[in-house]
Design a protein around this ligand. Structure first.
Ligand code: ZN
Length: 395
């Protein structure tokens, strides 16, 4: 459906031959191989490998990189992946700030710029800002336009990625924002994804758990977003709303959530939850979790107690996720991660308190290696999928 928006030389149809796609995918992972090795690994004939490799070299995606050791006869030519052959953009839209990155095919961040967002409702204005930054980056890097695969947007809310619509973002106070206009303004293929799904996707492709089948990514920021990866596929559900664990009820008739419901997990276990927990004890509103943790490190009793209460709620949600999905990994992301030394042992004790269902080690809990970059790198991968990823990675 994006075909009409694609630049002329790149698109879903460019690499029609799935053998070419498989060869490119293999070299993306292995960096360089001889034609003989490629043929062996993929079960292809040498002429098929040669023909496809020639096409991919003509596209600039592969190159010859010297010769390997001979086993007698001619030395084999080594074929190498060219990460600088194409480029992708990731855009993160948060309440007050946007961020644009430009990456190569190895997800190396080449350009990185933040811009203020004054009025979220003025999506045309945001599109213009993003467009200007992208154009500047393209000019600075002197990249031909047909080498740009597209732009992925990471959005904090329910997203319909086929219709390019941000359906509902309670923490931004906006709903039903179409991104189709962005495609016209930018003149590039556009992809949108929920922030936590994007982070989960980024983790599964680039992060420390990329070999792991099943994980739940828990993004703890102003709210809580979660993304589910099952057997290496992002699980989004029938109506693309799966993984809204942030809005599962942990307290009947509890505090009111931005979504309109009561007692949602994110009210108690997001950054706001920690600041609120301190307020409940002291009637004092601290500006951020940084200040709470500063006081925790000073040994202030109210801060320590606020953190204890907060961790009880964080643990309850994590336990619920384990009971629901029994994942290999739960990956925690967000600002909280930088304070992991202050709370992680205590969190583990609370999650794995003696119970009849699971014990320590059944599910590994760890912190995102990609840190703040998980979602934006995740969405910058979306334009690359059609080029050389072997499946959609979404179920
Ligand atoms: Zn809620």
């Amino acid at each position: 459906m994006f075909t009409s928006l694609l630049p002329e030389t790149i698109g879903q149809d460019t690499i029609k031959d799935s053998n070419a796609k498989r060869i490119l995918n293999l070299l993306y992972k292995e960096r360089q191989l001889t034609k003989h090795e490629i043929a062996q690994r993929l079960g292809l004939s040498i002429p098929t490998v040669i023909s496809n490799a020639n096409d991919l070299m003509a596209e600039g995606l592969l190159e010859e990189a010297g010769v390997g050791d001979s086993t007698g006869g001619r030395k084999p030519v080594i074929i190498s992946f060219r990460p600088e052959a194409r480029f992708s953009f990731g855009v993160d839209i948060a309440p007050n700030e946007g961020r644009v990155i430009m990456t190569d095919l190895d997800s190396k961040i080449l350009e990185d710029e933040r811009f203020p967002i004054l009025e979220l409702r003025k999506s045309k204005h945001i599109a213009e800002q993003v467009s200007r930054i992208i154009e500047e980056m393209i000019t600075r890097r002197d990249v031909p336009r047909n080498k740009i695969l597209g732009v992925g947007f990471s959005l904090p809310g329910t997203v319909n990625e086929l219709e390019l619509v941000l359906e509902n973002a309670p923490n931004l106070g906006i709903a039903n924002v179409s991104f189709r206009g962005f495609a016209e303004t930018l003149g590039l293929p556009i992809f949108v994804e929920n922030e936590a799904n994007a982070a989960a996707y980024g983790e599964s492709v680039l992060g420390r758990v990329k070999e792991m089948n099943n994980l739940v990514y828990v993004s703890i920021t102003k709210g809580i977003g979660t993304g589910i990866v099952i057997k290496n596929h992002l699980y989004k559900g029938m109506n693309k709303r799966a993984g809204e664990f942030g809005h599962m009820t942990v307290v009947a008739h509890g505090k009111v959530c931005n979504c309109g419901r009561e007692g949602c997990w994110e009210v108690y276990a997001s950054e706001r939850g920690l600041v609120d927990s301190y307020f409940d004890l002291t009637a004092q509103t601290l500006p951020s979790i940084d200040e709470v943790f500063r006081r925790v490190r000073l040994g202030e009793s109210a801060a320590l107690l606020a953190l204890e209460t907060y961790l009880d709620f964080l643990a309850i949600g994590i336990q619920n996720i384990i009971l629901l999905l029994d994942p290999d990994y739960i990956v925690l992301g967000g600002n909280l991660a930088k304070y992991q030394d202050d709370f992680f042992p205590s969190l583990l004790d609370k999650v794995f308190v003696v119970n009849n269902f699971f014990q320590k080690g059944d599910t590994k809990i760890l912190f995102s290696k990609l840190e703040d970059d998980a979602s934006i790198l995740g969405v910058s991968l979306l334009p690359m999928r059609t080029l050389f990823f072997l499946d959609e990675k979404v179920v």
